[in-house]
Ligand binder design. Sequence first.
Ligand code: 6PG
Length: 249
Amino acid sequence: MSARQPIEVFPTTAALAKAAADRVVASAGRAQAKRGTFTIALSGGSTPRALFQLLSTERRIDWSRVQIWFGDERAVGPDHPDSNFHMAHESLLGPLNLPDNQVHRILGEAVDLRAEALRYGQEVKAGIGEADGWPVFDFMLQGIGTDGHTASLFPGTGAVGVVDRVAIHVVQPAYVRPAVERISLTAPVIQAAREIVVLAAGPDKAQVLPEVLDGPLELEKRPSQLIRQAKGQVVWLLDSAAASQLKGV
Ligand code: 6PG
């Protein structure tokens, strides 16, 4: 059994967001010093909002040398309240006023989502340096769903098992909300990142985390376990509520 990946637990969501922001700052500094730019893939959902709001006033990062990407997107337009881009724009991208050429949006409004997944995958491959044939993001922010999904790789869909392309179209299971289809980076791309920070907060994540972190590897059942097979540096940043059922933390 491989050792459990590093976990840090914080008493409040504010402290959690601050710790995550400090990691983004450190990662950006390393990347920009070594390669001149910093590539980050943002997760969606609601948890990252506090982090994005903190980063929107962060002056320790040279934002002119940051490329913003998305780990996944809902099949809605950029102004839709369910859009991951919309949340990131409201909390981070708008306040930073980043130029369009620094923000790589997944076009959730695309009529042909399979074609859009292919297009986004090609944009990622063209825009990100590669290693072993996979694009390598400097920083990959991941969330986790109560069903153990990450990005839009939902259990029972086979999505986590797609290992021959960069991005895929995913038809969401019936229980998923919002009830829209997705486009998601694939497991190999997430796993290739130099650094992965998983953010999870709230009591509703407490039950799934022990299975994901410590349970037997069953990726189709708990796709977030793909992070346990990541190549780079991984840390799970949790608040006390989310960590409440984890042994030894
Ligand atoms: C999405 C996300 C997804 C998210 C988890 C957690 O598009 O919904 O990318 O993977 O990170 O569902 O979402 P919450 O932060 O809202 O709990």
